[in-house]
Design a protein around this ligand. Structure first.
Ligand code: GDP
Length: 533
């Protein structure tokens, strides 16, 4: 009997990993895919016919720099649950992309290096999760190396993130002496087995049941005593795990492990399917009214959180990543944007590890790639009737502004087209000052300009330069009184312009100018984010 869209959605877990570079996100991702059978061995791509391709070599810059520039999604099955892992780029210059990807996740796994605890990038990403009440599972990685005391690590999470911690497991020592961890709920010890020369250990850890006392025989007495003491301390100091508090974003369950040694990986997945929310209801506007769209809603809906170009360098096509929020999507379906655009989705892509496949069906929580020629933008919503608009996908004011120039002045028009097209992908922004013909490109980091130069050459055959712009700060402007805004724009032509959507933007030399303009014009809001209604 085919399962209904309700049971299918209920077995989905859509999550992202947040971490500081080097904490082990890549290693963990590989081993999660391995656990799900999506890849055969860490780093090796399973052959799936002709469609096979390694996503990470679609752009030279990724290879050269060894970073992954674009977020993507990886789907795998484990214990009867479908996991959609949204990959977030690790480099901080791409944080805007990361923020948007997090809006499509129902849960996040926070990976900490057991020797380092909370690091700056972890904190930054955590703030985004908090803003959106995204529940967090903590994975304390690299227990096979000398680690900080577990209680000190939990303390730090509690302290720096204002988040209650509830260990579901407790480790027995770390580094050379790392012996495994006790499953606190089931009172079973998962033994860490060291097998030299074997990078990834597949299969369940050896379980030793019974009261910790019965472990005495199996563990080094010192390690045993330390573990029992740690557990007692945790039980007296920390609250009990409360799944409701976790789902509300106030408490984090903690799993210890070693991604590299495939220890704790299955336990992490079990924690996710046992406690992490199935696709959450999403806020939207329908026919002018605020509504919550439930995953059980029979009508198909979703929103675009990311656009990626040149997945296939031979084609100009783009892929819009659509996070489904309700209904049963079937291949060939016609969906509409609130702006009235219609798309017949004949070739929806599903992403199994590094492979792409055509999806016949997809459900709430799933992410499908919708190939298009530029009709779709980040923040667009798609639904059967074109009457649902999901909110909450922000545009962030860029932190760097540069004037774009092309070596051959005859190609200025061509340049504008190319910049518009890249801005539509949502990674960089394009501003057109009210006076003159400058094209100002905004980005959150220097690296994005380098990526753009590379792409302009490869995809558009344009030799582009980015120069110092006369402005350094961009702010969106809004007012409840359209006349006030109009007057301001009229008076400040040299410091204003429009963004890709034609929305008014204040272009200032520095933050002080913005503060001054705000003070002088209390009726106008100068904002660093633009949320698409
Ligand atoms: P990312 O930057 O967060 O993606 O981190 P990587 O997954 O690339 O890992 C960074 C480094 O830490 C690599 O050299 C990994 O082999 C290593 N590493 C990751 N997980 C573990 C672990 O559990 N134990 C040990 N000993 N090393 C690990």
């Amino acid at each position: 009997m085919p399962m209904s869209h309700i049971t299918e959605a209920a077995r989905r877990r859509t999550f992202a990993i947040i971490s500081h570079p080097d904490a082990g996100k890549t290693t963990l991702t590989e081993n999660l895919l391995l656990a799900g059978g999506a890849i055969r061995a860490a780093g090796e791509v399973a052959a799936r016919g002709e469609a096979r391709r390694t996503k990470s070599d679609w752009m030279k810059i990724e290879r050269d720099r060894g970073i992954s520039v674009s977020a993507s999604v990886m789907t795998f099955e484990f214990d009867g649950f479908m996991f959609n892992l949204l990959d977030t780029p690790g480099h901080e210059d791409f944080s805007e992309d990361t923020y948007r990807t997090l809006t499509a996740a129902d849960c996040a796994v926070m990976v900490l290096d057991a020797a380092k605890g909370i690091e700056p990038q972890t904190l930054k990403l955590f703030e985004v999760c908090r803003m959106r009440d995204i529940p967090i599972v903590t994975f304390i990685n690299k227990m096979d190396r000398e680690a900080l005391e577990p209680i000190a690590l939990l303390d730090e999470v509690q302290d720096k993130l204002q988040l209650d911690t509830a260990p579901l497991y407790w480790p027995a020592a770390s580094g050379q002496r790392f012996a495994g961890m006790l499953d606190l709920a089931r009172n079973q010890f998962l033994q860490f087995e060291r097998r030299p020369g074997e990078p990834a250990r597949i299969g369940p850890a050896t379980e030793i049941s019974g009261e910790p006392e019965s472990l005495k025989a199996n563990l080094d007495p010192y390690v045993f005593a330390e573990m029992v003491e740690g557990i007692e301390m945790a039980r007296s100091l920390l609250p009990e795990f409360d799944p409701e508090a976790f789902r509300a974003g106030n408490m984090t369950p903690v799993v210890f492990g070693s991604a590299l040694r495939y220890f704790g990986v299955a336990e992490l997945l079990r924690t996710l399917h046992s406690y992490a929310p199935a696709p959450r209801a999403q806020k939207a506007v329908k026919k002018g009214a605020e509504v919550m769209i439930s995953r059980d809603d029979p009508s198909v809906s979703g929103f675009v959180f990311k656009i990626q170009a040149n997945m296939d360098p031979n084609h100009r096509d783009r892929v819009a990543f659509l996070r489904l929020c309700s209904g049963e999507f079937r291949r060939g379906m016609r969906l509409k944007t609130t702006g009235g655009k219609q798309l017949n989705i004949h070739n929806p892509l599903m992403f199994m590890a590094q492979d792409r496949e055509i999806a016949e069906t997809a459900y709430a929580g799933d992410v499908i790639g919708v190939p298009n020629h530029g009709q779709l933008r980040v923040g667009d919503s798609l639904s059967e009737n074109g009457d649902i608009q999901f909110g909450g996908i922000p545009n962030f004011a860029p932190e760097l502004l540069r004037r774009a120039r092309v070596k051959d002045p005859m190609k200025a028009k061509h340049l504008r087209k190319a910049l518009e097209s890249l801005a539509e992908e949502g990674v960089t922004q394009l501003f057109l000052p009210a006076i003159g013909s400058d094209m100002i490109v905004g980005a959150v980091g220097q690296l994005q300009f380098e990526v753009m130069i590379e792409r302009m050459t490869a995809e558009y055959n344009l030799e582009v330069m980015f120069e110092q712009a006369p402005y350094n700060v961009a702010r969106w402007m809004a007012s409840d009184d359209p006349k006030k805004l109009e007057e301001f724009l009229e008076r400040n032509k040299s410091a204003t312009g429009t963004d890709l959507d034609g929305a008014p933007v204040y272009l200032a030399k520095n933050a002080w100018d913005v503060g001054y303009a705000q003070e002088k014009n209390p009726g106008i809001r100068f904002t660093a984010t633009k949320e698409r209604a």
